[in-house]
Structure formats: structure tokens, C-alpha cells
Design a protein around this ligand. Structure first.
Ligand code: HMG
Ligand code: MG
Length: 299
């Protein structure tokens, strides 16, 4: 059967807001995080500590972290691209980080200004330093299902990259469909091969963007293989500014609607999530892409 409980890893404040054109004040970001925690979020990627020249939208990372109280039992994770980012995160009070590598050379260059192998070396350095400090690390493999410059991505390379992150000490490896091109058959193959390579089922997450509308079908395919952690973004915000064609993440409301419909527990309050999306849409004057959030707002 399917898992009875799923970890929803909320990336809205980081992946969601990193590429939105409007400058969102730190106080609004902090309020978003508070509302997410109040809606039951226990796994939050709150921001990233990257050079402001790369992601101006998240230049206020330390201010946001300082303004949000993390409830007992909840995680507040920051994405860091290098040791400098790790240090900035630790200085701000962060106690868990995420690193990102790429399954392709093109995206390693575009997103990390590095080669594929160089980015893995840099991530490994961060994992070692963080782990030595008692800081758990989550690892992303980007372009794990397709790449806008290179097209199909070699599954063997994806699996090898995921294994390297796992062996280097990442507690969870998130397979990233950065541009949302995966379909259920490919999702099944990539997850099966990652499992076969020795990455335990409890250490694999899926990070899906919904560009082609396939995310929920892909979640279902992964659930059938026992995967029980999925990334999502409240309202469906998000894309990657360094990946041409990437749109929003799978919306948290859409994911939770499906999971609850399957009888799978998430600990999340769907009404409160949709209210959060409605609140943010009003504050920003921008409509959110989530189908379920729109349906609940109209109901
Ligand atoms: P670089 O320009 O080669 O970096 O970027 P550098 O080491 O040459 O440093 C350049 C300048 O930045 C220096 O300052 C550094 O000190 C400074 P200067 O000497 O010129 O004054 N610097 C920093 N400042 C603040 N915080 C830091 C930091 N590091 C250096 N951490 C780098 C290389 C890896 C840093 C850059 O390419 C980078 O940050 N890339 C990440 C961009 C990003 O955030 N992309 C979006 C997140 S990934 C994503 O969305 C995909 C994901 O969702 C999964 C999926 O969808 O598949 C995770
Ligand atoms: Mg992403």
C-alpha cells in the first residue's frame, strides 16, 4: 500500500519567492512563515544564503530568519551554495541547511558557475563542515528528469549524483524536476534506480515543479514505491531564475488535497494553507497558480 503519512517539505519562502519579480518586504516574508507554521508546516525551507547579486529577492535572508520563531518540533532550513553561505546561515541562527548540485553540466554552469564535478566537490565540503557542526544537510539533485539545454538526462548520472550526496552525509536527497518535464514512467524509473543504488527509501524526496502539469501524477508514482517526502510551495509559487522555462513548484494545497483524499496524513490544515495563499495574493496583488487554493477560495 501507499505510505500512511507523508512529510511535506515547504519551499515557498525560498523557491517560491526567489524568482518573483516584486520585492517582498522581509516583514511579509516573516508573516508568511508564521502563517505556514500555524497551518501545521513542520518542514520549512525559509530562505537561502546566496550572493545577493545572484538572488536579490532573498538578500534579506538573515532578517527573515531573525524575525521568525520556529515552533517546537519544526525545522527551518536554509539553502546554502558554499561555505560562506553556510557561515552566514549559522550566524543567523539556522540549524539545518540544504545544498544543491546538478545532474547536468549546463545547469551547473548556469546556476552554480561551476562544472558538475566542481559543484559536487563544493557541496561535499559544505556537507562535511555542517555535519561536523551538528547541522543536518539536505541535498538537491537538480535537472534529475530533464534539462532545458541538454534535453534528456542520463539516469545513471542522476543516480550516481544522488548516491554521492547520500554517502557524503545528506539525510535526504531530493530529486529535482527543475523544469517540470517528468512523467510517471520516468519518475518510476529514476526512483527505482536510485533505490537500487542503495539510497534508502526514507532518504529520498521528490522536488517537483509543475510546469507541464505532471506533478501529482509523479507524486502518485513515487508513493507507490514508498517515497514519503515531497516538496511543495504554498499557492504554487516559484521557479528557478537560472533555469529557462521553469515555473512554479507543485502547490502545497494541490499536494495536500490529493494526499488527504488518499487517506494519507500530512499534519497540515488545508483551509489555513489556502487562506495563507489568499492573504499573500492580496498583499502582492498577484494571483497564485494553485488550482486547489483557487477552488477553496471560491467555495
Ligand atoms: P560565483 O559568482 O562564482 O561566486 O557564484 P564567488 O565564489 O566567485 O564569489 C563572488 C562574490 O560573491 C564574492 O564577493 C563572494 O564573497 C560573494 P566579492 O569578492 O565579489 O565582493 N559570495 C557570497 N556572498 C554572500 N553569500 C554567499 C556568497 N558566496 C560568495 N553565499 C555561487 C557561485 C555558487 C555562489 C553562485 O553561483 C550561487 O549562489 N548560485 C546559487 C544561485 C541560486 O540560488 N539559484 C537558485 C537556487 S537552486 C534551485 O532553485 C533549484 C532547486 O529548487 C532544486 C530544483 O528545482 O531542481 C534547489
Ligand atoms: Mg526548485
Amino acid at each position: 500500500g501507499l505510505p500512511q503519512r507523508v512529510t511535506v517539505y515547504e519551499v515557498g519562502p525560498r523557491d517560491g519567492l526567489q524568482a518573483e519579480a516584486d520585492i517582498i518586504p522581509a516583514a511579509v516574508k516573516a508573516e508568511l512563515c508564521r502563517r505556514l507554521f500555524a497551518a501545521g508546516t513542520r518542514n520549512l525551507e525559509i530562505t537561502s544564503f546566496v550572493p545577493p547579486a545572484w538572488i536579490p529577492q532573498l538578500a534579506d535572508a538573515a532578517e527573515v530568519v531573525a524575525s521568525v520563531d520556529v515552533p517546537a518540533g519544526a525545522r527551518s532550513v536554509a539553502l546554502v551554495p558554499n561555505l560562506k553561505g553556510l557561515q552566514r546561515a549559522i550566524d543567523s541562527g539556522i540549524r539545518e541547511v540544504a545544498v544543491v548540485v546538478s545532474a547536468t553540466e549546463s545547469f551547473a554552469k548556469a546556476n552554480l558557475n561551476n562544472t558538475r564535478a566542481g559543484a559536487i566537490d563544493r557541496a561535499t565540503e559544505v556537507i562535511a563542515a555542517a555535519t561536523a557542526d551538528g547541522i543536518p544537510v539536505r541535498g538537491y539533485v537538480s535537472m534529475a528528469f530533464g534539462d532545458p539545454w541538454e534535453g534528456q538526462v542520463d539516469t545513471d548520472v542522476v543516480v550516481e549524483t544522488a548516491s554521492v550526496l547520500h554517502q557524503a552525509g545528506c539525510r535526504t536527497v531530493a530529486l529535482g524536476d527543475t523544469i517540470g518535464v517528468a512523467t510517471p514512467g520516468l519518475t518510476t524509473r529514476v526512483v527505482e534506480q536510485t533505490l537500487a543504488a542503495g539510497v534508502p527509501v526514507g532518504s529520498i524526496a521528490l522536488h517537483l515543479h509543475d510546469t507541464y502539469g505532471q506533478s501529482l501524477a509523479n507524486v502518485h508514482a513515487a508513493l507507490r514505491l514508498g517515497i514519503a517526502e515531497f516538496d511543495a510551495s504554498v499557492g504554487g509559487l516559484g521557479r528557478c531564475p537560472y533555469a529557462k522555462g521553469a515555473t512554479g513548484n507543485l502547490a502545497t494545497e494541490d499536494l495536500v488535497w490529493m494526499l488527504h483524499g488518499l487517506g494519507i496524513k500530512t499534519g497540515l490544515d488545508l483551509t489555513a494553507l489556502a487562506a495563507t495563499t489568499l492573504w499573500l495574493s492580496r498583499v502582492r496583488g498577484v494571483k497564485a497558480p494553485s488550482n486547489v487554493a483557487a477552488a477553496l477560495a471560491a467555495a
